[in-house]
Design a protein around this ligand. Sequence first.
Ligand code: SF4
Length: 368
Amino acid sequence: MNSIHSCYIHIPFCSSICSYCDFCKLLYNDKWVNEYLNSLEKEINFRYKNELIQTLYIGGGTPSCLSINQLEKLFNIIKRIDLSSDYEFTIEVNVNDITEEKLILFKKNKVNRISVGIETVNNKFMPFLNRFCNKNDVLRKIELIRKYFDNFNIDLMYAFPNQTIDEVLSDLSFVVNLRPKHISIYSLIIEEHTRIFIDKVTPIDEDLESRMYYKIVEYLKFYGFNHYEISNFALNGYESKHNMVYWNNEKYYGFGLGASGYIDKCRYTNTKNISKYNECKYDYLSEEIDFKLDMEYEMILGLRKINGVSKKEFFNKFLSSIEDNFDIINLVKNKMLIDDGEYIYIPEDKLYISNSILVNFIGGSNSE
Ligand code: SF4
């Protein structure tokens, strides 16, 4: 599919910085936000070509840490984006920032999906993550969200040093009882340039982490969640349409500091330097996507989906089969991939090591 029907908008400000964070973020500063919003408007005007947009996602950072006035300004800028009738419009929020006034403002401005960052409700790990919330507060805020929005996601994390499987399941049980439509759960990764990297935190044992992963999958399936991507679970019909655009290797705009997009034949990442961004010098990285690279992305992103890549859809898009372009015979023989005739996918017991399977598709296309 060539047309663009998705937009990601990055709001890089946060009220405090989490110890594990390697996203593009800045500590909230009132003056910077206002200047940033002016620059964001310029970038949208520069890039956006008035396509009808089906999925719009405001992420961060923490978009909800903006004041009401700043959020109003943001929504005024976004009004310029033309939404289709069946749109999905998500905004990320931190549970501590949620107020009824902000929720009403979101609703008024067409938001129809909320993504709530909780990560853990276990006090034991909050100082380590430098993220704090109170269980009663979470209960209260989620009730408030439910008053205005039926569709909400909760983000969780696991694999903290000294965490037990029971502690992971306890966080999960609390979250399932909040009755979200969608849950994203990622393991803690110790990325360079983060507090925990500088503090030389050691990751938990890999075997324990894989057991945690499979317990999570089992637990959420038991409660009726469809495991549709390696780290994502949804009640039927509530899969994230926006994230599916990424995993289906479709085009999308990325607006904002450090945002990534895929337009025309180019994947780009904007500068992470706010001064440059404010001077409209957006470019940081860009990768030209030729036919061969497009096929590689189709496999690497598509195999993140539990259903994998449709052989027919691949053929219709590239007029050539997966087998003719990638040497998958050995991967299938070694049970790293399953080929059921219609789809190629990673078997459930290998999802935990999916990265080691996906690397086989990097530079793996046979075509000239
Ligand atoms: S709230 Fe999100 S973006 Fe902000 S510091 Fe924490 S993890 Fe990073």
